[in-house]
Design a protein around this ligand. Structure first.
Ligand code: FES
Length: 273
């Protein structure tokens, strides 16, 4: 808004070129606040997820069959008994390899190359640019045309992998209804289920999913099913940023809940059985 910007009256650049302004910005509002909050939010998640992924304790509640998404799928002999829903085709893993080493790189790649997160960390961490009308510290702009940023174009492949992993997380959440004593419902089930619903929201609202459902089509009228799918995905897509943040929170809260229950710090609130 005009009230947030100091008068640029002293600039006399030709209309066709950029204004020659010495200051980094003429903005006088707190333009640095959104990038700062974004950096804090992303850093908190990365630190928490890294620490938990290497801990190797309290990721599975044997009593209620709750498995945290940070350890799914658990495919190695190092996984605690019961937590491997797909067997253990992989032998013991050294401590420096997270037990979910097969899924974590894909999930990380999916989030890192996500169209929304790109915008978020380009502006906040990379400061390119940090805000509208604020000069960026970098001299050159090469876009996403060379390494490492050219990898951003692989987003659709990460989407396929993430889609499969969300199916696995859903399977884990369903299995959690059958604990040591048979069928039951506890707060942990609600947490795990809410988390997968939100993960589906994030995964299906992905821009690549929108392209998979409705891209490269010349006639919507000849493909009514794909058109319907594309319409639903497009609706979700308008909320993609919200899903991106909500799922970071839901992943942490789900993991934290399983951690607290599995370690015996709290007992699961039971509704049935
Ligand atoms: Fe964000 Fe695909 S997950 S655009």
């Amino acid at each position: 808004p005009a009230s947030n910007v100091a008068s640029p009256a002293d600039t006399s650049a030709p209309v066709s070129s950029r204004a020659r302004i010495g200051a980094r910005t003429l903005r006088t509002d707190r333009w640095w606040l959104p990038p700062l909050l974004t950096t804090l939010g992303l850093t908190t998640f990365v630190v928490y997820a890294t620490v938990r992924s290497f801990m190797r304790t309290d990721y599975w509640s044997a009593e209620h069959h709750y498995l945290t998404p940070f350890y799914s799928p658990c495919l190695s002999d190092s996984c605690v008994a019961g937590s491997s829903h797909f067997g253990t085709p992989i032998g013991e893993l050294p401590l420096f390899i997270p037990l979910a080493f097969l899924s974590l790189p894909f999930l990380l790649g999916f989030r890192l190359t996500c169209y929304y997160y790109r915008k978020a960390y380009y502006r906040s961490i990379w400061m390119s640019p940090p805000a509208c009308a604020v000069t960026e510290p970098h001299r050159k702009y090469t876009g996403e045309t060379r390494l490492p940023l050219v990898v951003q174009n692989a987003h659709r492949y990460f989407f396929y992998a993430a889609f499969l992993i969300t199916i696995i997380n859903t399977y884990d959440a369903i299995l959690a209804f059958g604990g040591e004593n048979g069928f039951g419902i506890g707060l942990g089930n609600v947490v795990l289920l809410a988390n997968v619903v939100l993960l589906w929201g994030y995964t299906l609202s992905c821009h690549s999913c929108r392209h998979v459902t409705g891209g490269r089509m010349k006639h919507f009228s000849r493909n009514p099913v794909r058109y319907w799918l594309w319409t639903q995905v497009s609706r979700l897509n308008t909320r993609h940023m919200q899903f991106a943040w909500i799922t970071l929170a839901s992943l942490v809260l789900t993991d934290l809940y399983v951690w607290l229950v599995a370690s015996g710090t709290i007992s699961d609130l039971r509704f049935v059985n």
